[in-house]
Design a protein around this ligand. Structure first.
Ligand code: SAM
Length: 250
């Protein structure tokens, strides 16, 4: 998968060289390209912002550098996939709530472009113009306001990338995660343990050491339901009718 990130702070993305994503980049599974928006400014101060039309506090990102940046970055199709159209992701607190379902869908795309806003956001005409050339999605990582789109982009890139074949050592681990489609669906993952089996007076639940796979699976399901009911009861209420068996509801 190719991912382009346009930002005024390319250094913010140093963590993308680490761990699973770093390895995926080295092995060629992930082709992440960082672009400094100021490359597409033409004044002495490399200005990317201006005062908001209509007045009010703060500054707004100017459309011209963004237009030129998107033209340059998206005009550069990946080798062997000339017809591939990128999908533009605009992180914004006013976007649709980003979930594991978005990550699963986006992990099937060949090419994503992230545009990191700063200040009061990007002039709205940039999204309008981009939508004439490619699919555009506004996504929020939560109901709070960050200083910029960089950390939101890191969250989304990491969530999407770990679903790509070959990124996780064991693909089953993503299928058993909280929220995973076809696995946990609307349930959170329950508690997990490793050795030693007894630590500071806390014991691993004996069923996990029993070797009885059916009993382990039933215990995990029960713990998932318990944790979901405790931490996110709205997930259980929103689950489609019949999703949980009679045994689950007892
Ligand atoms: N004035 C904007 C509003 O109230 O919707 C907030 C702008 S915020 C200070 C600057 C940038 O941070 C946004 O353009 C966006 O790129 C990013 N951002 C902030 N919160 C975010 C969130 N919850 N999800 C995704 N991106 C976010």
């Amino acid at each position: 998968m190719r991912i382009d990130i346009i930002t005024i702070f390319p250094d913010y993305f140093a963590p993308l060289d680490l761990s699973l994503l770093g390895k995926a980049r080295e092995s060629g599974i992930l082709d992440i390209r960082l672009h400094d928006l100021r490359t597409w400014t033409h004044d002495r101060h490399n200005t990317v912002d201006d005062t908001p039309c209509g007045g009010g506090p703060g500054m707004v990102m100017k459309p011209e550098p963004w237009g030129e940046a998107l033209d340059a970055v998206t005009g550069d199709a990946p080798a062997g996939a000339e017809e591939a159209t990128p999908r533009l992701i605009l992180p914004t607190p006013s976007g649709a709530g980003f979930t594991q379902k978005h990550a699963e869908r986006l992990s099937g795309e060949p090419w994503l472009v992230f545009a990191c806003g700063r200040y009061e956001g990007i002039d709205a005409r940039v999204a309008e113009e981009a939508a004439r050339h490619m699919p555009v999605e506004e996504l929020s990582i939560g109901d709070y306001v960050l200083a910029g789109g960089e950390s939101a982009t890191l969250v989304m890139v990491e969530t999407v990338s770990r679903l790509l074949p070959g990124v996780l050592g064991n693909t089953a681990s993503a299928q058993e995660d909280s929220f995973a489609s076809g696995g946990m669906d609307s349930l959170l993952e329950g508690p997990v343990y490793t050795r030693p089996t007894s630590w500071r007076g806390h014991d691993v639940p004996p069923v996990l050491l029993s070797g009885d796979h059916g009993a382990v699976e039933r215990w995990r399901r029960d713990e998932s339901l318990r944790k979901t009911a405790r931490n996110r009861p709205e997930l259980l209420r929103a689950a489609p009718e019949g999703e949980f068996g009679r045994r689950d509801q007892e």
